[in-house]
Design a binder for this molecule. Structure first.
Ligand code: FE
Length: 346
């Protein structure tokens, strides 16, 4: 009798150990690119840690983490907007971590501000610029080489831009607030509303297409949407990309506004060590290549270079980006939303 019980216990114990030994990391990701699959497979090969992924968008992931609370299985969270990462941090959905490897690799302006104990809540792993495209036949490049000029009277009736409340614009406007102060930023937003060729609608790609078709003369877009069109298999899309000029604004002042896609360890992560390993892996040169190139972005890790023909064609090699902390951009968003309401920027 006693012997049988011992055997059963041993079996249960063995099963328990087996389950504990199979290492898994649960990933909630707002990125869905084919190259990310290769990235995750390489991580599993290198570490033996299997990745279980849930795909959604930024808002969906933040809502899900909130709803799941302490029962959430999430270990790592990947989002595609710095202000959304800031929001996740402010809502207590992440846990700050210490990692010398990550702190050495990712510049301080592209990660969260440190907690009291020095812990970092999120890190940027790829970088995109918010650029201006223009109709080369109607607009002179020097009339759109700063964000400020988007609101200038000379550009009246020319501007197309997606909704002001979209995270990419909230982040741009939050950055401008940091550079110019609230008063000048509100006047700038009002000037842009006055310059619009049409009420905001559609995504960034729609704005590029509207310039290519002549509906507007100037538009604002994330750099990777233009790069995607430049590298498209569709000849019509490539032709549209060729019809527009691109400017990385404010090269002579504070630099072009940049945003990040980045990652964090979830507040209730059960596989914390594996979660940190995955974030550290994303900062390696190999992973940075997949991560950045997968969406025609730039790597964030120091010293990592990629060769992407569309990015090279756009910038001529490099560009000056702003250096304010992306965390500050996130902090400014509630003020930006109030300014948008006051000036009637839909
Ligand atoms: Fe996007």
């Amino acid at each position: 009798m006693l012997k049988r019980i011992t055997c059963a216990c041993a079996l249960l114990l063995a099963a328990g150990i087996g389950a504990a030994q199979e290492q898994v990391v649960n990933l909630y990701s707002a990125r869905h690119y084919a190259t990310d699959e290769a990235l995750y497979n390489n991580f599993t090969k290198a570490t033996g840690i299997r990745i279980q992924r849930v795909d959604s968008d930024d808002a969906g992931i933040l809502a899900r983490l909130k709803a799941e609370g302490a029962a959430s299985p999430a270990d790592v969270v990947l989002l595609v907007d710095g202000a959304r990462l800031y929001r996740g941090e402010a809502d207590g959905l992440f846990q700050p971590i210490r990692s010398k490897l990550l702190e050495d690799a990712i510049p301080p302006n592209l990660r969260s501000l440190p907690a009291e104990d020095g812990g970092i809540s999120w890190f940027g792993f790829s970088l995109r610029a918010r650029v201006v495209v223009y109709d080369k036949l109607k607009v002179k490049r020097e009339d759109v080489d700063t964000y400020e000029e988007l609101a200038a009277p000379k550009n009246k009736g020319r501007l197309c831009i997606r909704s002001g409340s979209h995270p990419y614009n909230l982040s741009l406007f939050g950055a401008v607030t940091e550079h110019l102060g609230e008063q000048k930023t509100e006047a700038w937003l009002r000037g842009m509303v006055e310059n619009m060729a049409r009420a905001p609608k559609g995504g960034d790609t729609d704005q590029i297409k509207a310039v290519a078709s002549g509906e507007c003369a100037i538009a604002v877009t994330n750099s990777y949407y233009l790069a995607r069109m430049m590298r498209s298999a569709n000849a019509e899309e490539r032709a549209m990309a060729e019809r527009v000029g691109v400017v990385f604004p404010n090269q002579a002042s504070w630099g072009t506004h940049v945003n990040i896609a980045g990652g964090a360890v979830a507040k209730y992560a059960r596989n914390r060590a594996s979660a940190i390993k995955l974030l550290e892996y994303l900062a390696t040169p190999e992973a940075q290549n997949y991560f950045a190139n997968g969406n025609n972005e730039w790597p964030t890790a120091k010293g990592v270079q990629i060769s992407n023909p569309a990015l090279k064609a756009m910038t001529g090699g490099s560009f000056k980006s702003e250096t304010i902390p992306i965390a500050k951009v996130g902090m400014n968003q509630p003020r930006v939303q109030q300014m948008l309401d006051r000036v009637g920027f839909k």
